[in-house]
Design a protein. Structure first.
Length: 406
């Protein structure tokens, strides 16, 4: 198989297990352990916190040692987390501390895998990066639906069965990435350098930060990704499950339906974008999608019925298909070749790093005001950020239309 095919297979195993995890983790914390709103927020923060702390380090290591090597390490670590939790449940039963430990290990794996995988894509994209980003995004959300469907049977299959499945899938991904042939990536250290690895990582991070700061587009992508992580991610993984539990007395199946609706909306949008071709007014499309998506998400806090919540999440996911894909495309296209893993690490760092802030914010807002009001407030905050970025940057005028030579 071509490197791109192995890439899709290996990435697919991660995305599939991520789909299982998103439902399974919420089910374990909110339904099985019946944790209060603030502890739900803390648990989800534990899943995201390592990304905030280690994502940039993962990107620098991938640039220095090669993305494939980091992928193998991170994917293997990811396989150990569900295997260990399954053994703990079998031996001692499910505990809140056990779930937190699982979340922290998976967060470390995420911080290793994500920048390495994103940085490799341009290397094997065969000259069609926007199309490859769309294909990976469609694969991510398409295959996650299988994970949602599998995890919707958590009440019947049980946590141990699903965690064992995660372990096997992630190990298959290790094999796929091992077989993937990519151009060799040597150390980025200067010849004769006597600097220690920590010093080189520090210099690498500073160089990456300067590249992002000096770019009129990448810097705004990072700001928008931070806002998405803080206001959208927290709402989705904390507030929405709490609405399902407290407003609609839901189960793992209803949580799964929410995830499936989001993915279907995302996939249908990506399919439309693939059919229409490259988007040249990328910044404008991102800003409009974020504003419209936030308005739609806010409707979900009105308590109009579970069916209406599913429709809201579907439409919100459709807007996300535009925003998330094009934000990643802008970052890929604007990144210097020798810093791509670091640039994608900053992209993911802003999104995942803001997650702990968003989960805590959503958890406490839900506790103080109720989940419906919390959802509306976070959606409104996203609108404000998108409008400010649109008015104070060049993102709205961004145009990637090729200039024809006369």
């Amino acid at each position: 198989m071509r490197p791109l095919q192995y890439y899709f297979v290996g990435s697919g195993t991660w995305f599939l297990t991520a789909g299982i995890q998103s439902v399974l983790f919420a089910w374990l914390v909110t339904i099985v352990l019946d944790a209060p709103a603030d502890k739900v927020g803390i648990a989800q923060m534990s899943l995201l916190l390592p990304s905030m702390l280690l994502m940039l380090v993962g990107g620098s290591l991938a640039d220095r040692f090669g993305g494939k090597r980091l992928l193998l390490i991170g994917q293997t670590l990811g396989a150990l987390a569900p295997m260990t939790l399954a053994l703990m449940i079998a031996a001692f039963g499910l505990t809140y501390s056990g779930v937190i430990a699982y979340a922290l290990v998976m967060g470390i794996a995420q911080a290793t895998v994500t920048p390495a995988r994103d940085g490799l894509l341009n290397t094997i994209a065969e000259g069609a990066i926007q199309r490859r980003v769309m294909q990976v995004s469609m694969l991510q959300f398409g295959i996650q639906m299988l994970g949602f469907a599998a995890a919707s049977q958590a009440d019947r299959v049980g946590a141990i069965g699903l965690l064992s499945g995660q372990t096997v899938l992630l190990l298959l991904g290790v094999v796929a990435f091992y077989l993937m042939q990519v151009p060799p990536k040597g150390s980025s250290s200067k010849p004769g350098s006597t600097h220690s690895l920590p010093h080189e990582l520090k210099e690498s991070l500073i160089e990456g930060y300067r590249s992002v700061r000096e770019s009129p587009y990448m810097s705004r992508v990072v700001i928008l990704n931070f806002a998405i992580g803080a206001f959208f991610m927290g709402s989705y993984i904390v507030t929405v499950p709490l609405i399902v539990r407290e407003v609609y007395a839901g189960t793992s199946q209803q949580i799964a339906w929410i995830n499936i609706a989001n993915s279907i909306g995302f996939i249908l949008t990506i399919m439309a974008l693939l059919r229409l071709g490259d988007v040249h007014r990328q910044g404008r499309a991102v800003l409009l999608a974020l504003i419209l998506g936030a308005i739609i998400l806010g409707v979900g806090g009105l308590g109009l019925g579970f069916a209406s919540l599913v429709v809201v999440i579907f439409l919100w996911g459709s807007c996300g298909g535009v925003a998330m894909t094009l934000l990643r495309t802008i970052m890929q296209e604007q990144s210097p070749d020798d810093q791509r893993s670091r640039m994608m690490a900053f992209h993911s760092f802003a999104f995942m790093g803001a997650g702990p802030v968003g989960t805590l914010l959503s958890g406490y807002l839900s506790k103080w005001l109720g989940p419906g009001a919390a959802l509306i407030l976070c959606a409104g905050a996203m609108v404000v950020v998108a409008v400010i970025v649109g008015l104070t940057s060049r993102l709205w005028q961004m145009d990637t239309t090729p200039v024809e030579e006369s």
